[in-house]
Every structure is written in C-alpha cells, then in structure tokens.
Design a protein. Structure first.
Length: 272
C-alpha cells in the first residue's frame, strides 16, 4: 500500500466529526437546524396560514401606497406541480381581492373579476419557487435541489450562516440564517428584468418571528428591496395556522367577468 492509499484509507476510518465538513454537508446541517427552528414536522406539514396586518408599496424608495391586508395561503398536497395558492384581500372593507396560483390569477372588485396578465402569473411563480419558506417546506426533496454552505459571518450585527439553495433550472436563493435562533433573517435572489434586460438583486428581510400555532414560527415583518431600494413591506398584526376550503381560492359561482380594456392611443390633433 502506498502512502497516498494509506492516507485515504485512514481518512475514511475517521469519525465524521473529525473530518473537514464539506460545503454541501454544512449547508444540509444548517438547513436541518433551520427547519427544526421553524417548527420541524409541523412546519413541513403546514396546511395553510392567515396573515393579517398592513401592506406598504414603495416607488423609488418612497411610500407609494398602503392598505389593510389579509393574505390567505393554502399549501397543496405533494404531487401538485406548484404547491401553494393565495387569496390576497386589501382595503378597509375587503373590497379588492386577488386570487393567485402558479397557473392563473384573478382580481375581483365591485366591477367583477378580471384575469391577471400572464407576466403577473409568471412573477408569482418565480417568486414562489425561490422563496426560502416554500423551498424548505415543499422543494427539498425535488431532484436537482442542492445546498451549499458558504460559512459563518456577521451581517447587520447578527451572527449568521449563509447557504445557497439551487435547483436544476439554475434558480438560486442565498439565505442568511441566524446562528443562534436558526431562523432565516434575509434572502437574496438575482432576477432577470425583461424591461431593463439585466439581472437585478432582490433582497427580502424577515424579522419579528412569533408562534403561528402548533410551534410553527413565522415572521411578522417582511421587507423586499430591489437593487437596495424598498419596494414592499408587510407588517402583520397576526399570523395563524389555519385549514382552508378550496373554494376560498376560486371564483365564486356567477361572478361577473370583466374584460381588460386596453388604453386607446389618441391621434395628434391636426395643426392649423
């Protein structure tokens, strides 16, 4: 036996704790602790939840709109291509309702129901597939999902472990996980912007976790930034684990359908 062969054989006999941890092993260890901190099996088997509070929209880092908000989320059983549907309700009188799945969407107002444009559905699907909570709950067992531990750091005065989660279609989410609470504190996704024809940094921050029921931990505050500027904030007064009927996420029978009206291009007036 050569010296190299002897060294390899000796390394194989060492206990796992005595060997250097690989990046995939570190990533898996951190993600396993994160899932346990989020509620373990209760989190992985979460049927749905209701978030109630306020939604804030920003343009160019300035407040552009705010509204009372209720977001109903139902998680679907394994086997569905996309395992989440949402009902988003806005306004003091719940007058604006958005129904969203990864394949269709509707906006319901006093005028009736209008189909959401294709790009809105694609955006929801892309955000869903790269959301850390959705990935930890529904995607870890998919073929091609990989974890890469990037090590420890201190970010914004918080000790964190950094993990890249990527899939077979080259989507990648970088998540910072607090190394004491083991809860996600932020995530970064680089998204292609079809308008600007370039990739843009989309950072989402999570804070003020609380028990949503059954030991499931969920953030009460969520803030999203694009290229360093705020675009969206959710401040939740409550988050509650709930079981919802499928009908809540479908158009009610007899709903009036409204066609999208394209703006009319006015011809310039003839000069006199």
């Amino acid at each position: 036996m050569t010296r190299r062969e002897f060294s390899a054989a000796a390394l194989a006999l060492l206990p796992a704790a005595a060997r250097a941890e690989t990046a995939p092993e570190r990533g898996k260890r951190v993600i396993d602790r994160c899932i346990q901190a989020l509620g373990g099996d209760a989190f992985r088997q979460l049927p749905g939840h209701l978030q109630a509070g306020s939604a804030y929209h920003f343009y160019d880092d300035e407040l552009d709109g705010l509204s009372p908000a209720k977001i109903y989320t139902k998680y679907l059983e394994p086997g569905a291509p996309f395992r989440e549907v949402q009902r988003q309700v806005f306004g003091k009188k719940d007058e604006d309702v958005i129904l969203l799945s990864a394949t269709e969407g509707w906006e319901i107002t006093y005028r009736g129901a209008e189909a959401l444009p294709k790009d809105r559905i694609e955006q929801f699907r892309d955000v869903l597939l790269t959301d850390v909570f959705y990935m930890l709950r529904a995607r870890l067992d998919e073929p091609g999902i990989g974890l890469f531990g990037k090590g420890a750091d201190v970010v914004e005065n918080q000790p964190v472990e950094i993990v890249d989660i990527y899939d077979s279609e080259n989507r990648s989410t970088t998540v910072w996980i607090h190394s004491t609470s083991w809860l996600p504190v932020r995530q970064l996704v680089k998204r292609w912007d079809p308008v600007y024809k370039e990739r843009r940094d989309e950072m989402t921050r999570f804070s003020k976790y609380g028990d949503a029921g059954g030991g499931v931990m969920w953030p009460r505050t969520i803030q999203r930034e694009r290229d360093g500027k705020k675009v969206y904030q959710l401040f939740m007064d409550s988050v509650q684990v709930q079981v919802f009927d499928d009908s809540l996420f479908k158009l009610p029978p007899g709903t009036k359908m409204v066609e999208h009206v394209k703006p009319v291009k006015m011809k310039p007036a003839d000069s006199k």
